[in-house]
Design a protein. Structure first.
Length: 329
């Protein structure tokens, strides 16, 4: 299934880049280009959750499995829809019994590159994040033990868990459920965007306006927070976007200094993961650029600057991950 192809193509592509990387673009923008990092094919893999084909195939099934929700109709893929940038393109997610969550659904694309998970960073990694939506009242609203019992009712899941965790006497457990989901999500990466190709030396991968947007992105200070391969510092910054009273990270720490702070979202694939901001009330990328200029940088961007930065941000849309919608038991 997914990893057999994905791992092989990533290894082959990485070798090709290492052996025959093209000459770097000579367009006079090297000082700007050197401020960025291309997106690798895989994020760091934790020592206690090695990436194996068996775990990823199991995680793929679990990601689309609605029977680990209370209603039996909601899965991870309900809010993280592959057809919608692995998000849901509505302001705030709709979960169990039609309840509306408090925040916009972040994409899971490239989530393995993030330094913490959720808008408020309440979990440090994908393993910690994986079980939260299953148990959350406004999302899947499922008691974890009941979810595991449901999975154990199927011979195919018994087989898949045993293959993924051959050293466990009772492999269908919460820890392995989290690790399998996290393993699948670590394969949902989008390398080889136009901007990545530019960083690897293809001068023609960006047009003049997109390059102007890259320059404006750096010169106006956007790169201070949106840096690294995932275009985020994974830190927390104070912002009160229009229409939001969400106190952000303060709910996690109780520290007054953390009020209205949110983790810097990735800009990878931002052109297809609208709407924006923690409350999802910002419909267009142009509007988001203008708000960030005002709220975070204290600048009122001219229309041309907004258009240029927006054009640049669209070059961050990469190749969507190769996966299969699984046949569930």
């Amino acid at each position: 299934m997914i990893t057999r192809r994905l791992l092989a193509s990533a290894i082959a592509m990485g070798s090709a880049i290492a052996i025959a990387a093209p000459a770097m673009a000579d367009d006079g923008l090297g000082d700007y280009r050197d401020r960025f990092e291309p997106l690798p094919h895989f994020p760091p893999i934790p020592a206690d959750n090695s990436l194996t084909r068996e775990k990823v195939e199991l995680g793929n099934m679990l990601f689309f499995e609605p029977r680990i929700s209370s209603s039996g109709v909601i899965s991870c893929a309900t809010c993280h829809n592959p057809a919608l940038g692995w998000a849901d393109r509505i302001p705030r997610a709709t979960g169990h019994d039609g309840q509306i969550g408090e925040r916009n659904t972040p994409t899971v694309l490239n989530s393995g590159f993030l330094g913490s998970q959720f808008w408020d960073g309440r979990e440090p990694d994908l393993e910690g994040q994986a079980l939260g939506p299953i148990e959350a009242d406004v999302e899947m609203a499922m008691d974890l033990e009941t979810a595991l019992e449901r999975l154990n009712d199927f011979d195919l899941y018994q087989k898949k868990f045993a293959e993924a965790y051959p050293d466990d006497a009772d492999p269908i457990n919460a820890d392995n459920l989290a690790k399998a989901l996290a393993s699948f999500q670590r394969t949902l990466n989008t390398p080889n965007s136009p901007f990545d190709r530019y960083l690897h030396g293809d001068e023609n991968a960006l047009n003049p306006q997109e390059k102007d947007g890259m320059v404006a992105f750096v010169d106006n200070g956007c790169i201070a927070c949106h840096s690294g391969p995932a275009m985020t510092d994974s830190n927390f910054h104070r912002i009160q976007v229009p229409g939001s009273s969400d106190v952000g990270r303060y709910e996690v720490t109780g520290d007054e200094a953390d009020k209205y702070k949110f983790r810097t979202p990735t800009l990878r694939n931002v052109g297809v993961t609208y709407p924006y901001m923690n409350n999802g009330a910002t419909e267009t990328l142009e509007e988001a650029v203008a708000i960030m200029g005002t709220e975070m940088l204290g600048r009122d961007f001219e229309e041309q600057t907004i258009d240029d930065i927006t054009a640049f941000l669209h070059t961050l849309t990469g190749e969507m991950p190769d996966f299969e919608v699984p046949a569930l038991p």
